[in-house]
Design a protein around this ligand. Structure first.
Ligand code: HGY
Ligand code: MN
Ligand code: MN
Length: 397
């Protein structure tokens, strides 16, 4: 709730977008809490924060635990934040209990998980995992033309540590489900075995601005109509691959966006996802063909840029078992689940054994300011996270 006061939304949630002043303020609060818990803060060139609790064997690779503090423009208070503060709570509990672990433990705040202000999502963890190029993402611009790298520097959170050199023994991320399954089934804990794959295709349609009154219909090159038909196409294609595939267009820009001018240009982003790589590729191919047909019929030009992508993820069996055993031991109801949303864990799984703990959220709602959880759900998630992390970090004495 303290963190939620920083970058408040307009309807009870948060607008603490990556590398804004509000993000910087949230980072300072997190740093103060980490230092009060005796942690030493590291900061890399993507602004990712690493708060370290020493192990009895400081040379062992640490167990990392965390998520992200940046939010959507109309985000909730728990997406990402629960996982970062859940990690801090693990450390506070170890301090309270006087427990030492062989491996150090590092609480992590990954920069720009959301990809809302600067695409792609999971940006810093993607650079850390070696799948995104740091110099390239520094140049990515937001809708006001500001560059990611310059904004990171401006808020004073660009570190000097090279990205990706840290050795990770294991990474655990606690996150709300952001979907309805756990709540509908009355289950406390999601043992995340897989993450579905994702593609973001940014489409630019170029037609011709003209008068909406005096231009005969057959002579129009309407980029707004083109966008509408592509949005319908994406929905229809996703519906062909039920029950798992999903597809939508959330970002849409219309130029010149005037009541009585036919839209000459539209820019929008297609978000398609599936747990199966073949389905994701099939949807991608059908959408590209469909765009070509739609634009041909409307005499408009198009450009398609892939601005985000990761294949379906299978999390580490050992780490998943640690999560499942903890839920079992603690007597929480649990079930295996595939993550519908992308997470930093999806990239870190490529460079270290990784798993996630999920807790339900009210009405499965997220990426909405009304996002809510119960204290019981948060406590259960943090409890399971604690046991999985501490078991993996190996208690001493
Ligand atoms: O888009 C996602 O899945 C994540 O919430 N950034
Ligand atoms: Mn998230
Ligand atoms: Mn999110």
């Amino acid at each position: 709730m303290e963190m939620a006061k920083i970058g408040p939304g307009i309807a009870g949630g948060n607008n603490r977008q990556t590398v804004t002043d509000e993000d910087g303020e949230g980072r300072h609060l997190f740093k103060r809490w980490c230092e009060a818990a005796g942690l030493e803060m590291g900061l890399d060139e993507m602004g990712t924060m690493f708060a370290r609790r020493e192990g009895t064997d400081p040379d062992l690779p640490p167990v990392y635990v965390g998520s992200h503090l940046d939010t959507q423009p109309t985000g909730g208070k728990y997406d990402g934040v629960l996982g970062v503060l859940g990690g801090l709570e693990v450390v506070r509990s170890l301090n309270d209990l006087g427990i030492k672990t062989k491996h150090p433990i590092v609480v992590t705040n990954w920069t720009n998980e959301e990809g809302a202000r600067f695409a792609p999502a999971m940006m810093a963890s993607g650079v850390f995992a070696g799948v995104l190029d740091q110099a390239d993402v520094y140049e990515h611009v937001d809708k006001n033309g500001k560059k990611f790298g310059e904004e990171l520097e401006r808020i004073g959170w660009k570190g000097t540590e090279k990205v990706g050199e840290r050795k990770i023994h294991a990474f655990f991320e606690l996150h709300i489900e952001q979907g309805p399954i756990l709540e509908d089934e009355g289950i406390d804990i999601g043992v995340v075995t897989h993450g579905q794959g994702l593609k973001w295709l940014q489409v630019t349609l170029a037609g011709k601005e003209a008068h909406t009154g005096s231009t005969p219909m057959p002579k129009r090159r309407n980029a707004g109509l083109g966008m509408a038909r592509v949005i319908e196409l994406v929905h229809e294609i996703a519906m062909d691959y039920q029950p798992d595939a999903v597809g939508a267009v959330g970002h849409m820009e219309v130029y010149p966006n005037s009541r009585n001018i036919i839209a000459g240009r539209t820019v929008f982003t297609i978000d398609i996802r599936s747990p199966e790589k073949e389905v994701l590729d099939a949807m991608d191919g059908r959408i590209r063909e469909g765009i070509d047909t739609i634009c041909d019929a409307l005499d408009i030009k198009y450009k398609i840029e892939q601005v985000g992508h990761f294949d379906p993820v299978t999390f580490d069996k050992g780490c998943v078992k640690a999560v499942r055993d903890a839920a079992e031991r603690l007597g929480y109801t649990h079930r295996n689940i595939v993550s519908g949303a992308g997470h930093d864990a999806c990239w870190i799984n490529r460079v270290a054994p990784t798993a996630m703990v999920m807790c339900p959220c009210v009405d499965g709602l997220s990426h909405n300011e009304a996002e809510e959880i119960t204290k019981e759900w948060a406590a259960a998630g943090a409890d399971v996270l604690f046991h999985a992390v501490v078991e993996t970090a190996e208690i001493v004495g």
